[in-house]
Design a protein around this ligand. Structure first.
Ligand code: KE4
Length: 432
């Protein structure tokens, strides 16, 4: 596969941008080889600077659930840019997207737009602290809630990939208020609650974890968190940056039937443009400035072009909920196909899947938390990633990421993914 232009761009980028990338996980650090520079994308396909085509199974880490360069989203953006790219004043689309999200996600009565998932989760924790008057919060090992200081403690995603769970620059003072528990472990939660009685403002959780690879909640986990938050007057925050509008029109909370007090969003909500949001009950959200005393702001929050893109994709998903059935079926075709390949080759690796999210873990252990996710064989994952890339299948360049299937991946792409998987796994194990 020719990669001359990508290589040249990467050499230039490394002299200009830390690691040559604008987000660490893109650097291929743990999978070997150099990152591929993309020049365009359409539907299910990415095209790199050397004109190689790839079937995209990450879809920009989730946003592109309708595939790349969706005509309706593009049209809305083209229309919006004609009237300036930013007003710096409130606009009609912000009202419309707020109304639509509140209609789609029953636990939300008021919502505030921001510019990334990180901003959404940072603001949600500040709000929880201000609303309850308590400082500590609980997060789960392997869950990633963006790069806000307080979250970079045993975080997942890129920080796990880079093996720097507690990043330099995060002060002891900050991380002191971040309490940890293993995902799916209600007994550990009970211990943390007992040791910090009346000091905890919130439990923040990925209702389906995607940043240690795809890890599902045990049947009683989310309900168990809900019950404990009610007893201890703690806010339950669902970080649905990944799962919002991905697992159903109402997110993981609708699919799994547990209502949080606050929800954070990102990714799909902007249709590929930089958008985040956080929302919850009127009572809690009215604490946010200028209605209440808790400050949060943003120059480009509610940006008219980003709102146009977000509105279009959310309206499509709201009006066509059958899309969720479709992407789940496509994902199951891939995962059952891989399961058949594994058994044909006598391999015992683990696949976790829910809706249009899945991960193949190179471990024979059941993966239910960060500990078991870390039992995966990083060398094998790297070999799998490189083998698939060379066959034109673009996976997440880290074992600690979920894959995301779009509604434009059809049977031809499923067949190509399975053919490549069969070949790569054979090749990997012949070499072993
Ligand atoms: P952003 O600030 O990257 O928009 O969102 C942060 C965030 C918050 N919460 C969850 C559950 C998330 O998954 C994320 C971001 N996800 C990663 C992918 N695992 C973004 C990819 C990257 O860091 O480049």
């Amino acid at each position: 596969m020719k990669t001359r232009k990508s290589k040249a761009l990467f050499e230039r980028a490394k002299t200009l941008i830390p690691g040559g990338v604008n987000s660490p996980v893109r650097a291929f650090k743990t999978v070997g080889g150099d990152p591929i520079f993309m020049s365009r994308a359409k539907g299910a396909y990415l095209y790199d600077e050397d004109d190689n085509a790839y079937i995209d199974l990450i879809n920009s880490w989730g946003p592109m659930i309708l595939g790349h360069a969706n005509e309706e989203v593009e049209k809305a953006i083209f229309e919006a840019v004609k009237s300036s790219t930013s007003f710096g004043a409130p606009g009609r689309r912000e009202v419309e997207i707020a109304e639509l999200i509140i209609e789609m996600v029953p636990s939300i009565e008021k919502i505030r737009m921001v510019n990334s998932g990180t901003e959404a989760t940072m603001s949600a924790i500040r709000l929880a602290r201000g609303y309850t008057g308590k400082n500590k919060f609980i997060k789960f090992e392997g869950c990633y809630h963006g790069h806000g200081d307080a979250f970079l403690v045993a975080a997942g995603s890129g920080s796990a990939t880079l093996g720097v769970p507690d990043s330099p620059g995060v002060t002891k003072g900050t991380s002191r208020d971040t309490l940890l528990a293993p995902y799916n472990d209600l007994k550990a939660i009970d211990r943390v609650l007992a040791e910090n009685e009346n000091e905890i403002c919130a439990i923040i959780v990925e209702p389906v974890a995607g940043n240690m690879g795809c890890v599902l909640p045990n049947d009683d986990f989310l309900e168990g968190l809900r019950a404990r938050c009610d007893v201890h007057q703690i806010l339950l925050i669902f970080d649905e940056v990944m799962t919002g509008f991905r697992l159903s029109a109402g997110g993981a909370q609708e699919l799994l039937g547990v209502k949080p007090d606050l929800t954070t969003f990102g990714k799909i909500i902007g249709g590929g443009l930089p958008v985040g949001a956080y929302g919850g009950s009127r009572e809690i959200m009215n604490q946010i400035a200028p209605e209440g005393p808790i400050y949060q702001a943003g120059t480009l929050s509610g940006n008219p072009v980003a709102m146009a893109a977000g509105l279009t994709i959310l309206r499509k998903l709201h009006e066509h909920p059958e899309i969720y059935k479709q992407v789940e079926q496509t994902t199951r075709q891939i995962t059952t196909g891989i399961t058949r390949i594994l058994s044909r080759q006598g391999l015992r690796y683990t696949i976790n899947q829910i809706g249009s999210m899945y991960s193949l873990f190179f471990t024979d252990q059941e993966v239910t938390n960060f500990e078991t996710a870390k039992s995966t064989d990083a060398q094998l994952f790297g070999a799998y990633f490189r083998g698939m890339l060379s066959r034109g299948i673009y996976l997440a360049p880290s074992q600690f990421e979920s894959l995301f299937i779009s509604n434009v991946i059809q049977s031809a792409e499923v067949a190509a993914v399975l053919k490549a998987t069969e070949e790569v796994l054979l090749e990997m194990h012949e070499k072993k």
